[in-house]
Write a protein that binds this ligand. Structure first.
Ligand SMILES: [Zn+2]
Length: 111
């Protein structure tokens, strides 16, 4: 699957690896990488290059392949947290509206 969709995601890889991609863009990129083996491989290579250079300079550990998987899992966790937070606010909003209508209802009944 090497189509324009893939190319669009790949353009965002370096921003994603720098942690600069957020919200919907990041969500969509991660979902795509989960389902597209070629893009996942491409992202892994970019990650290896970027992290490898950094670790050569700063002397870190070199189990980068498993770090890549861990990094993806971390991002997926963050995305789930964001979704939960969004859901929480939606529920809060609905509860607030419900309470408002409830009291408006009481107000109408007692008048
Ligand atoms: Zn792809």
């Amino acid at each position: 699957m090497d189509n324009s969709e893939c190319r669009a995601y790949r353009k965002n890889f370096s921003r994603f690896l720098q942690g600069k991609l957020e919200g919907k863009d990041r969500r969509q990129l991660v979902r795509h990488v989960e389902n597209c083996a070629e893009c996942r491989e491409e992202l892994r290579i970019q990650y290896l290059l970027q992290e490898g250079m950094f670790r050569l300079e700063h002397g870190g550990t070199f189990d980068i392949n498993s770090d890549f998987e861990r990094m993806l899992v971390d991002v997926q966790k963050k995305i789930r947290q964001e979704k939960r937070r969004a859901l929480f606010y939606r529920i809060l909003m609905i509860a607030f509206l419900g309470i408002t209508y409830y009291f408006l209802g009481i107000g109408i009944v007692t008048y």
